[in-house]
Design a binder for this molecule. Sequence first.
Ligand code: NAD
Length: 261
Amino acid sequence: MPQLDDIRIPEAGSFRFDGRVAIVTGAGKNVGAAIARELHAGGARVAVTDANADWARETARALDPSGATALAFELDVREVAHFEAARDAILAEWGALDIVVNNAGWAKRTPVEEITPEEFDAVMQVNMRSVFLSCQCFAPVLTGRGYGRIVNVTSLAGQNGGTVAAPHYAASKAGANMLTKYFARYLAGTGVTVNGVCPGPIDSAKTRLSAEQVAAVEAQVPIGRFMRLDEIAAAVALLASDRGGFFMGATLDMNGGLYMR
Ligand SMILES: NC(=O)c1ccc[n+]([C@@H]2O[C@H](COP(=O)([O-])OP(=O)(O)OC[C@H]3O[C@@H](n4cnc5c(N)ncnc54)[C@H](O)[C@@H]3O)[C@@H](O)[C@H]2O)c1
C-alpha cells in the first residue's frame, strides 16, 4: 500500500481552504489520503475517515501529529450511525463543516458468474447508498450555514462501463453519478454545490491488476498511462474550492481521453 509520503503532490495547496472544515471518506490510503492531503495543504481542517480506523489515524497523524488540524474517525460508509457520530464530533470539535468528499469505494472485479446477491448488495451499499446517506446526513449542516461543497468520487465505469469494471461496480457508480445530479438540483440555491469526478484508471489500481492487465489498460488510454494521485486530488480540490462555485451537478470526465462526450 502506498504510504502518504509517497503521494507526490507538486502543487499541493494551490487551492485555498483557509478556515474551512472538510470530511473525506475512505481517506486511510490512496485517493482519499491524497485528497485529504491536498485540502489540508490548502489550509483546511480535515476529518480523515475510513472503515479502517488504523489507516485513518495514520493519515491524520501524517497530516498533523498534534491533531489540531487533522482528526481521524472510524467511519464505515454503510453505517448511518457512523456518519452521525462523525458529524456530531466534527461540529463539537471545530464548530463547522464546509466540504464533504465522498470517496470511499469498493473496486470489485468479480466475474459475472461468481457475483452473489450478497456481494451485489454490498457493492451498492459501499459505492452508491453511501453517497445518499452522506448527503442526507451532512446537507442540513451545510445548508444551515448557507455554504457547502459536496464532491463525489465516482468512476468512468459509471459513465460507459469502464475498462476492467464488474457490473455491480459500474452500476453502483452510475447510481452515484445520478445521486450527484439529484442532490445538485435538490440543494440548488442554498449555497451548496454538489459535483462528482469520474476517474479512469488511477495509479492506486495497479496493485490490484496483473502486469498484463496494467499494460492492456495503458494501451487503451489515449494519454498512455494511469492517472496520478495528485491529479485526482487537484480535480477534487477545484470542485471543493470557493473558485469552483459555478460547477453544479457536474460529473467531471477525467480519463486521459478514454471517454469523450
Ligand atoms: N483506483 C482507480 O483506478 C479508480 C478509478 C475510478 C474510480 N475510483 C474510485 O476512487 C475511490 C478511491 O479509490 P482507491 O483506488 O483509493 O481505492 P482503495 O481501495 O485503494 O482505497 C479505498 C479506501 O476506502 C476504504 N473503504 C473501503 N470500504 C469502506 C467502507 N465501507 N467505509 C469506509 N471506507 C471504506 C478503504 O479502507 C480504503 O482506505 C473509490 O471510490 C473508487 O471506486 C478508483
